[in-house]
Write a protein that binds this ligand. Structure first.
Ligand code: FEO
Ligand code: CA
Ligand code: CA
Ligand code: CA
Length: 683
């Protein structure tokens, strides 16, 4: 570990810490490029010479030049971005460009099913199971019969803020945004239940009325999936010893999904929820020689050694089995008598069919086990494999892709396509090329002699397998998006304050990166299943000095940004970029000029990039989808008010009351955004 790493013995004290972030877990000796070769693309070239120059030098005669040619043609025709930028903002409100309107829809606590309990701070844990969850994140609009005014909105609820969830009991106490209250060392059962039901996914029918306003409507599809919902496990890890628990002695099932961040949409129209910072929900008190003794499949992911888990669910006063399973200590005589393997049921991608509310969600293990930010599919082509990309959002972790074994057939395609294939991890070479390294038995050193018994063992230990294969350590890979016009793949790399000068490489070009960047690549021969690619850096986050736009130009007041996270291409190939400056950094120091978290829109073809939206205080903008006609978009606002200091919470002084105003508890919610003249959003 470097000296800089040692500056933070407690990872929660580092400048870029956000609630739920796991400690750095990648202690592998994988080399950065800087260690192995002199790069011909020096970091300075990227930062000072401009991206276009760097790209031109690197990719003369390659696929990315095609992008540049498209750019020139598009620029002549005026480009895709047609609105005026909004300024940065630190107000407790949502601002969109002139000519646009915003409506708030489905905030946390909105009743959607069962007895339809109205939102109230006093709602019980059972009520919460019939209401929208907390902390809206990745989201997709599934039209009903192709409609642009009627569909199922499906979204993740990443985590909960206990102060707001239990505001009656937690009022007046000095509490941090992540803190829970214990009584005699125990958690109140109903608080635990409410927290578990505040997590997961909501499926909710939404419709536009004749007055133009959207509303949640009661519907048999409406459904909550929570931290308690029974789930099937499929793919190579199903039925193996890794998944044997007291609940599932045959290793085929588990309960619930956790910390669902970004999402995915399969070519067969189902929803994928990714499990991101799940490790901290578990603790393991096992010791050997008075030292923590966690198995590698827990230690490499940050399961807590000793102490209490993130919310202390294992301390629920009644000792219910569904709650105590978050203690992964070996307490029984065998794995079938305790929950030592419970963490192995998490870290996966979960498939949910929003049109079949009776179907159990399925965890698809062949997509790998890590801090899954989300999943993004390449456009499916009949007769070709299905390809999906995924980032592991933690400092120095990796970018992956899955290629199905069987070809896509639109008449028969189903989740079974995700159960057989090859998982790859990315290596970004210093010369602008890249390689996909197969994480498969016998390949890239993944042999029993090296500690990988079989495919299930590789998948449960995806991070360790990627270490062994020699993947490139990235600056916290978040969302990915595929350009519908060029096929280029974009990924946000949100920040990494712990990368030292000697760990800098061309793909992660800045030490102590506080602003983050966006990388992109094109696959060899334009084939998403290819095992090599060409990459470049699309933009560098930053202020007007440090930031660089798509053509290498300096960022301006119209588009400075930091910490890119959410990423989405609309059907006309506008790239929407959402930011997540961490709560500890927002509106302070170098980040003060950025204001509250925001959303930008870029035309990769012309390099035009403008700020479209600014959000209220303390939140991040995350989650975006649209209607098929492009005339309505949905955007999520997550954790407004989370920057309220413990003292201010105790004094009843909240930094945000969005969206209800007055003295209300702030609530995550969805924004419906449309043009007053009914035109395509962004154009
Ligand atoms: Fe949940 Fe990586 O953001
Ligand atoms: Ca995110
Ligand atoms: Ca966040
Ligand atoms: Ca983030």
């Amino acid at each position: 570990m470097s000296a800089y790493e040692q500056d933070y013995p407690d990872h929660t004290q580092s400048p870029d810490y956000q609630p739920g972030d796991e400690p750095r877990c990648n202690l592998s000796a994988n080399e950065t490029f800087h260690d192995v070769l002199e790069s011909r693309l020096k970091r300075r070239d990227v930062l000072v010479g401009g991206l276009a120059t760097a790209v031109g030098a690197l990719f003369a005669g390659t696929a990315l030049n095609t992008v540049a040619r498209v750019a020139t043609a598009q620029a002549a025709s005026g480009g895709l971005v047609g609105f005026q930028s909004v300024p940065v903002s630190s107000a407790d409100t949502v601002v969109v460009p002139k000519g646009y309107k915003v409506q708030v829809l489905a905030p946390w606590g909105t009743p959607i099913s069962g007895a339809m309990p109205a939102f109230a701070p006093s709602n019980s844990g059972a009520d919460q199971a019939q209401q929208m969850g907390m902390h809206h994140d990745g989201m997709h609009f599934f039209p009903i019969d192709g409609s642009a005014t009627d569909g199922l909105l499906v979204m993740n609820h990443e985590y909960v803020e206990p102060r707001f969830l239990h505001s009656a009991r937690y009022a007046g106490k000095e509490l941090k945004s992540s803190e829970v209250l214990l009584e005699n060392g125990k958690r109140a059962d109903d608080e635990v239940l409410k927290e578990m039901n505040g997590h997961g996914i909501s499926v909710v029918r939404v419709k536009r009325g004749t007055d133009g306003a959207w509303a949640v409507v009661s519907d048999p599809h409406n459904r909550r999936v929570t931290a308690l919902t029974p789930m099937e496990i499929s793919g190579p890890v199903r039925g193996t010893a890794h998944l044997v628990t007291k609940y599932s002695p045959d290793g085929t099932r588990t309960r619930g999904t956790l910390n669902n961040c970004a999402h995915g949409v399969t070519p067969w129209n189902t929803y994928l929820a990714a499990e991101e910072n799940w490790a901290g929900y578990f603790r393991n008190g096992d010791q050997q020689d008075q030292k923590p003794n966690l198995p590698r499949e827990q230690a490499r992911y940050g399961v807590r050694a000793g102490g209490m888990s993130r919310y202390g669910w294992e301390l629920a006063e009644g000792g219910a089995d569904a709650y105590v399973r978050f203690d992964a200590s070996s307490t029984g005589d065998s794995a079938a008598e305790d929950y030592r393997n419970e963490p192995n049921g998490f870290g996966w991608v979960v498939e949910i069919d929003p049109f079949d509310p009776g179907k159990a969600p399925v965890k698809r293990t062949h997509l790998g086990r890590f801090a899954h930010e989300g999943v993004v599919f390449a456009p499916a082509v009949a007769g070709k494999p299905v390809v999906a990309y995924a980032g592991d959002d933690a400092r120095f972790e990796y970018i992956y892709k899955f290629v199905s074994a069987r070809p896509y057939d639109p008449t028969t395609a189903s989740g079974a396509l995700l159960d057989a294939g090859t998982l790859y991890v990315a290596r970004f070479n210093a010369d602008g090329s890249g390689d996909w390294l197969a994480l498969a038995p016998g390949q890239n050193g993944l042999t029993p002699e090296n500690g990988f018994a079989d495919l299930a063992d590789i998948l449960v230990n995806t991070r360790l397998a990627a270490d062994k294969a020699g993947a490139t350590k990235m600056d916290r890979p978040e969302w990915g998006a595929v350009d519908p016009r060029t096929g280029a793949v974009y990924f946000t790399l949100t920040n990494n304050s712990r990368r030292t000068e000697d760990q800098v490489d061309p793909a992660n070009p800045r030490a102590k990166s506080q602003y983050g960047h966006i990388i992109r690549w094109t696959e060899a021969r334009g084939d998403h299943a290819a095992t090599s690619f060409q990459w470049d850096i699309f933009v560098l986050g930053g202020d007007e000095q440090a930031g660089r736009g798509p053509n290498g130009q300096k960022l301006t007041a119209d588009n400075i940004f930091a910490c890119p996270d959410g990423l989405w291409f609309d059907s006309e190939a506008r790239l929407w970029i959402q930011t997540d400056i961490g709560e500890s950094a927002q509106n302070k120091g170098d980040m003060a000029v950025m204001g509250n978290n925001q959303m930008l829109c870029a035309d990769p073809a012309t390099g035009e990039m403008r700020r479209f939206l600014t959000g209220p205080i303390g939140q991040e903008i995350t989650g975006i989808t649209g209607t098929p006609d492009g005339r309505t978009i949905f955007v999520n606002v997550q954790h407004p008010g989370a920057t309220t200091a413990p003292k201010d919470w105790a004094a009843g002084k909240l930094v945000s009351h969005w969206p209800d105003g007055g003295s209300a508890i702030p609530r995550s919610a969805t924004l419906v955004i449309f043009r007053e003249d009914g035109g395509v959003v962004g154009s």
